[in-house]
Design a protein around this ligand. Structure first.
Ligand code: SF4
Length: 508
C-alpha cells in the first residue's frame, strides 16, 4: 500500500523558509517518494523548484540557500492519479494576469472528469486532478485592474501615482481566497491543499477531512515568529514549531502578516469528519498526533486487542518492519509472549523499482527484508503486520521465516480485511486484486503459507484508536463510502454481508 503525498506550508519572514520547508518535507518523506518540490515567495515573485526523486535528491544546500523568501509551500508526491512524471510533480504553479499562485495537494478527487467536462476541457488537457484544480482556480481568479493596466500605469498614466500598479500586483487583495470560495465547493473527494500567492499561505481540508492537515506556530505564544501548515505534526516538531491544532474538516486557514484567520467554505450539513482510518493503522508516522492521539500508542493498543481477540500459543512475537512493530509490542505485552526481532529492513531503500507481475513484487520484498536466523530457528512465531493487500509481502515473509527455521508462523493483522478499493488517494487496487475480497480465511492461510491468520475487528480498531466521537472513513473495510465513488461500484457483496451479519446471532 502506498501513501498519497505530504504537504507543507510556512509563513515566516526572516526565518529562511526554504530551509524550513526542506526540513518539513524531509519529515514527510514517508508520504511520497516519487517527486518533491517547493514554491517560495519573497513577497513579490514566486519561484518553484521541483523534480523527480526524494527530497534530498531534488534539493541540496546550494538550491535551498538560493531560495530566499518569506513564505513557501512544499510537496512530496506518490502518484495515485496522473502518471509519475515531472509534469505531475508539485507544487503546481499558475500565472494569473501579472500575479500567480502555487498549489500542493494530498488526496484524490472523485469528480475530476465531470469538472473537466463542465469547464470545457478536452481529455488530456490537464495532467492530474491537482492540475485541474489549479486550472479551475486560475479560471475563477477575479481580474484585477493591474492585470491589464500595469504597463500603462507604469508608463505614467495621468492621475496615477508612480508605483501604484506595482503595489497592486504585489498585493493580490484576497483574489486567491475569492477564487477558492468559488471553486472548492464544486470539487468532491479528498483534499488537503496548501496554496500560496506572493504574500499569503493557505491551507484547506475537504468537508470530510479525509486527509490530515495541522497548524503550528514558530516562536512564543504571545509573540509568534511564523506559522506552519503540515500533513503531520512531526513536520512541525523538526523545525521547532509548536502544534496548535488540526484544521477542521471544510476549514480554510489564510496566513499573512496579520497571522492566521479561519473561514468555513462549506455548508454545515456537508461537513462530516471522516479521517482515513489507515492514517492510524499505517500511513502516518508513529510520532504523529491525530484527533489528539499519538499514532504509536494507538498501534500498540491495536496489538493488545488483537492478542485478546485472537490468542495463540507461540515462543516469540515479531512485527513486520516498520509499521507492524508497535502492534507486535502490544501483542506481546497483552499475551505475555516475548517480543523479538525476526526481520531486518534495509533502511536505505527509497522506493523499490516495481515491475509488473507478482514475482517481481516478491523479489522487491526480499530486497527490503532479511530474516535474523538465530532469532527465528526452532521457534513458533506470531508475525504481526498492519494490513494485507495482494498478500505478496506476507507470503514472501512467511516463506522467508520458514526457510530460516521457524516451526510455526501465525499471522496477526492489526486491521480488518481490506476488501474494497480506495478512491481518496491511497493506492488500494481494484477488488479483484484484494486477496481478502476473494478468499476465505482458510484459503488465505493456504495461499499465504501460514499456520493461522486473524484480523483485528473494526470495533477493536476503533477502540484502540480511542478517540470517542471522532469520525472515520472505513470504506476500504466496509464498502461505506463517505463520498460517492467516481463510477458505479457493484456493492452487492457489501449489502449481502450486511444482511447476513444482521441475521447472525449476537456474539456471546
Ligand atoms: Fe483510508 Fe480506506 Fe477510506 Fe481510502 S477507503 S481513505 S484507505 S479508510
Amino acid at each position: 500500500m502506498k501513501e498519497a503525498c505530504g504537504v507543507f506550508g510556512v509563513y515566516a519572514p526572516g526565518k529562511g523558509v526554504a530551509q524550513l520547508t526542506f526540513d518539513g518535507l524531509y519529515a514527510l518523506q514517508h508520504r511520497g517518494q516519487e517527486s518533491a518540490g517547493m514554491a517560495v515567495s519573497d513577497g513579490e515573485a514566486i519561484t518553484v523548484v521541483k523534480d523527480m526523486g526524494l527530497v534530498t535528491t531534488v534539493f541540496d544546500e546550494r538550491t535551498v540557500s538560493c531560495l530566499p523568501g518569506a513564505l513557501a509551500i512544499g510537496h512530496t508526491r506518490y502518484s495515485t492519479t496522473g502518471d509519475s512524471s515531472w509534469r505531475n510533480a508539485q507544487p503546481v504553479y499558475r500565472p494569473v494576469g501579472r500575479a500567480g499562485f502555487a498549489l500542493g495537494h494530498n488526496g484524490n478527487l472523485t469528480n475530476t472528469a465531470a469538472l473537466a467536462a463542465k469547464a470545457g476541457m478536452l481529455p488530456g488537457v490537464v495532467a492530474s486532478d491537482s492540475d485541474l484544480v489549479a486550472e479551475l482556480i486560475a479560471l475563477a481568479y477575479p481580474s484585477h485592474p493591474a492585470d491589464g493596466e500595469a504597463d500603462e500605469l507604469a508608463l505614467g498614466a495621468p492621475g496615477v501615482a508612480p508605483g501604484d500598479a506595482e503595489e497592486a500586483l504585489r498585493n493580490p487583495d484576497g483574489r486567491l481566497e475569492q477564487a477558492l470560495r468559488e471553486v472548492l465547493p464544486k470539487i468532491e473527494g479528498a483534499f488537503s491543499f496548501v496554496l500560496m500567492d506572493a504574500t499569503q499561505v493557505m491551507g484547506v481540508r475537504d468537508p470530510h477531512g479525509l486527509r490530515p492537515l495541522c497548524l503550528g506556530r514558530l516562536g512564543p505564544d504571545d509573540d509568534p515568529e511564523g506559522w506552519v501548515l503540515a500533513s503531520e505534526s512531526p513536520a512541525l516538531d523538526v523545525i521547532g514549531a509548536r502544534f496548535v491544532r488540526e484544521l477542521e474538516p471544510g476549514e480554510l486557514v489564510v496566513i499573512d502578516a496579520m497571522g492566521p484567520r479561519s473561514e468555513r467554505l462549506f455548508p454545515e450539513d456537508e461537513v462530516e469528519p471522516n479521517l482515513c482510518i489507515f492514517e492510524f493503522v499505517y500511513f502516518a508516522r508513529p510520532d504523529s498526533r491525530l484527533y489528539g492521539r499519538e499514532v504509536h500508542g494507538a498501534r500498540r493498543r491495536m496489538g493488545e486487542l488483537l492478542a485478546r481477540q485472537a490468542p495463540v500459543d507461540a515462543d516469540m512475537v515479531m512485527g513486520v518492519p516498520e509499521s507492524g512493530v508497535p502492534a507486535a509490542e502490544g501483542f506481546a505485552r497483552a499475551s505475555g509472549i516475548p517480543v523479538g526481532q525476526g526481520l531486518v529492513k534495509n533502511r536505505y531503500i527509497g522506493r523499490t523499482f516495481i515491475t509488473p507481475g507478482q514475482s517481481a513484487r516478491a523479489d522487491g520484498v526480499r530486497r527490503k527484508l532479511n530474516p535474523l536466523r538465530e532469532n527465528i530457528a526452532g521457534k513458533r512465531l506470531v508475525v504481526v503486520d498492519d494490513s494485507i493487500v495482494r498478500g505478496t509481502t506476507q507470503r514472501a515473509v512467511a516463506r522467508m521465516l520458514r526457510e530460516a527455521g521457524a516451526t510455526e508462523v501465525h499471522l496477526r493483522i492489526s486491521s480488518p480485511p481490506l476488501v474494497w478499493p480506495c478512491f481518496y488517494g491511497i493506492d488500494i487496487p481494484e477488488r479483484d486484486d484484494l486477496v481478502a475480497a476473494n478468499m476465505s480465511i482458510p484459503e488465505l492461510e493456504a495461499f499465504l503459507g501460514v499456520d493461522s491468520l486473524a484480523y483485528l475487528s473494526l470495533e477493536n480498531l476503533q477502540a484502540a484508536i480511542d478517540a470517542p466521537g471522532a469520525g472515520f472513513c472505513t470504506a476500504c473495510l466496509t464498502g461505506e463510502y463517505p463520498v460517492a465513488p467516481p463510477f458505479e461500484l457493484d456493492l452487492r457483496a457489501r449489502d449481502e454481508h450486511h444482511v447476513s451479519s444482521s441475521a447472525a446471532p449476537a456474539p456471546a
